[in-house]
Design a protein around this ligand. Structure first.
Ligand SMILES: [Zn+2]
Length: 86
């Protein structure tokens, strides 16, 4: 897709590092699937991945984590099972 930030670049599949804060918790997630602009480097995190990253920060906040760095792990097969379940 065309980048909406610089309006010139085209995005290509890549990996992003996402930092999220929730309450007193800061979570850094590396290797998140994203579309990355070839011109300005803007990162558009995939919709499904963004949902999973949000779940990760919720879990981290619930367990009282202050700062944590995690690697994003793709679980496409598991995701399919989870979404089709109850
Ligand atoms: Zn751009």
């Amino acid at each position: 897709m065309k980048c909406v930030i610089c309006k010139h670049g085209e995005t290509a599949p890549g990996k992003a590092t996402v930092t999220l804060e929730r309450g007193g918790t800061t979570l850094v997630v590396k290797g998140v699937p994203a579309q990355v602009c070839s011109t300005c480097g803007e990162q558009y995190v995939d919709e499904g991945a963004a949902g999973r990253v949000l779940n990760m920060v919720r879990e981290a906040a619930a367990s009282g984590v202050q700062v944590e760095v995690r690697e994003y792990v793709a679980i496409e097969a598991e995701e399919a099972g989870v979404t089709s379940g109850k």
